[in-house]
Write a protein that binds this ligand. Structure first.
Ligand SMILES: [Zn+2]
Length: 48
């Protein structure tokens, strides 16, 4: 399982105009709502 996760949509506004945000690992920047966020996989399988 690769750590690389590429978001296809902004989780906040749903737009697709996402760019990598600087050097932070897994950080993305949404050019539409101006939010910067990171993706982190917590686990795999059903929760709980
Ligand atoms: Zn957005």
């Amino acid at each position: 399982m690769s750590e690389r996760a590429v978001p296809f949509h902004c989780p906040y506004c749903g737009d697709e105009d996402l760019r990598p945000a600087g050097a932070a690992h897994g950080a993305w920047y949404c050019r539409v709502c101006l939010r910067t966020f990171t993706l982190k996989m917590i686990g795999i399988g059903a929760p709980g």
